[in-house]
Design a binder for this molecule. Sequence first.
Ligand SMILES: *Cc1c(COP(=O)(O)O)cnc(C)c1O
Length: 431
Amino acid sequence: MKFINSLQFAKKMDHEDPLRSFRNLFLIPKAAGKTAIYFAGNSLGLQPKSTKKFISEELEDWATLGVEGHVQARRPWLYYHRFTKKALGKLVGAKPTEVVAMNHLTINLHLMMVSFYRPTKHRYKILTEAGAFSSDQYAFESHIRYLGMDPDKTIIEIRPRAGESTVRTADILGSIQEHAHDLALVVIGGVQYYTGQFFDIRKITQAGHAAGAYVGFDLAHAVGNVPLSLHKHEVDFAVWCSYKYLNSGPGAIAGVFVHARHATNFKLPRFAGWWGHDERNRFKMQKGFSPMEGADGWQLSNVPIFQSAAHLAALEIFEQTTMSVLRKKSLLLTGYLEFLLNEFDPEEQHYGIITPRNPAERGSQLSLLLKQHGRTIFESISRSGVISDWREPHVIRVAPVPLYNTFEEVFRFVGVVKKAILETKRTMRPV
Ligand SMILES: *Cc1c(COP(=O)(O)O)cnc(C)c1O
């Protein structure tokens, strides 16, 4: 694709976009008194117009049916976790039985570690990326301490080489090999939240297994953003949240994937609750936990219906398209953003892009590292009606999302960035 730096070109791209009607399924926030350029879908996805209806229907069923809603609601509450499986399976490349929506991401990470982190005297290390999302770091550290071990002696962090901002796949694979004798678990973020790097899930999983470890992924920034094939790539488990690219609302219900080869491995230890118990006998309330097959057997509690209704509304939109169509547009949108940012600052005087330049190694997001006056520039951009995301010490993360963002927004955004930088430089002294 040959990009052109003009509003006319951006409008032409929008006109030819097979997904252009999808924007109208969402409510777009306002900023600075006008429709915002919303590039924060990596942080909180937008509200589908249909969400209100889905939640209202559950409120109505509760009002008119009370407890009978468990079986008589239009979407019976007892089976609610089943309704999201098909769409979730498609999004992560899994069988419906391999996925279930439940809890929140960090809780699910702990639950998966209970089953897949089984340290022994000689095999006890966890390999992860340096600078992983804070919650993941806290989960690893606290889980290790809970088992009576020392996080400093247990966690291996892979970091970028000096002068580089993302991790080389070869270095991850090399480190896995190097620790093959004592590695118990590999957990990497599918798409790194800060740099936007999309890791090579297939190669990392293969290397982890060759080393004799279990391999899991945190897909918070990957699900709904990049195509995934968890089943085919033989990933052991994955966890994600649903309020980012999955548009399921603040604090949305999260999800897990457990590979089919563990579906009937009831010897795996797990923390249990009644909702993971064989549903044919769940209400006999008898002694003796007997888990459901597949991911369902990791559920603890009954399903939060309002969150799940919002989740279902959002997933229905994904069901009207495919990840490959979304990915195609995403590559163009983010490619266009990169092109325009390069045109404005080819010598990287003002900012550098720390996200990988290879489109296969990133999702929608680009992370701009501002060289000077970062915070001031970010505030100026925000005052101009852009909603994006600031990360200390000087990174702006922007994610044009193929479901609801446009090429015209990308064009206008770079105009705003340009103006903000030039004005800030004029009014501030160099530091
Ligand atoms: C967003 C995000 C989380 C959030 O965790 P919650 O349990 O949903 O609050 C965790 N890990 C990563 C990598 C994230 O991007």
